[in-house]
Design a binder for this molecule. Structure first.
Ligand code: PGA
Length: 257
């Protein structure tokens, strides 16, 4: 597993031209970033569906992966407005966010739908980034208990395959209220332990990212935690320098030590 995985969801922050500029900038920085080149830091960028081909072009020949913010639970057919896992895989999409809190809240996405999407993604070789987390601020163990149940529901019936977990307390997304590094670590240790009770190997290899108001100011502290394998970043990534700074987390660790 890489030391740290940093995923970026651009949500719908950018129009097409701004997204292109962002991809070019990130591709240049990634090519010059020793930790990205060595695989120590793994990056994935998740733009809108319409921006995916431009992202794939910009990141061709770099180690940066391109993802989708969603995927259809259905296969090809009469499903107006959907984008299938088969098509995403065909163009080279590597990961797909599934069950993000905004989709659950605004689009009534249920665990059953998330499970169907996870199965579709895995069937086509796309790694689901399963977004799970508690709705309100509670004790880390209670939070993790609810999260583990959600995770199990979201993987019901899915074939085996590489999965990335994004532990994202709903109350922390886009609010500026981040779980402390200790809270995130405690919750994520619990998630890993519960998965490890079923399959130690899977738990060991499973990247568990923290998401929810991650920014340069808190990334180093989060990444120093043994059970935080990286971050899923939203709002902070709009400013490319802030995003680059998150990826230079080791510099901050060194500077702060
Ligand atoms: P945020 O979003 O960084 O803006 O809180 C995170 C996410 O939605 O994954």
């Amino acid at each position: 597993m890489p030391q740290v995985t940093v995923g970026v969801s651009l949500k719908t922050y950018f129009g097409h031209e701004r997204a292109r500029t962002f991809f070019t900038d990130v591709a240049q920085r990634a090519a010059a970033h020793p930790a990205v080149v060595s695989g120590d830091v793994r990056l994935f960028i998740i733009p809108t569906y319409l921006q995916i081909p431009a992202a794939l072009d910009a990141f061709a020949g770099t180690p940066v992966l391109v993802g989708a913010q969603d995927v259809s639970q259905f296969g090809p057919g009469a499903y107006t407005g959907e984008v299938t896992a088969a098509e995403l895989a065909e163009v080279g999409v590597a990961v797909a966010e599934i069950g993000h809190a905004e989709r659950r809240r605004l689009f009534d996405e249920t665990d059953t739908v998330a499970a169907a999407k996870a199965a579709a993604a895995l069937t086509h070789g796309i790694a689901p980034v399963l977004c799970v987390g508690e709705a309100s601020r509670v004790d880390p163990v209670d939070a993790a208990t609810a999260t583990v149940a959600q995770l199990a529901a979201d993987l019901t019936g899915a074939p085996a395959g590489p999965v990335i977990v994004a532990y994202e307390p709903v109350w922390a997304i886009g609010t500026g209220r981040t779980a402390t590094a200790a809270q995130a670590d405690e919750a994520q240790a619990f998630i890993r332990a519960r998965i490890g009770a079923k399959d130690a190997g899977v738990a060991e290899r499973l990247p568990i990212l923290y998401g929810g108001s991650v920014k340069a100011a808190n990334a180093a502290e989060l990444f120093a935690m043994p059970n935080v394998d990286g971050a899923l970043v939203g709002g902070a990534s709009i400013v490319v320098e802030e995003f680059a700074s998150i990826c230079r987390y080791r510099d901050h660790v060194t500077a702060g030590s």
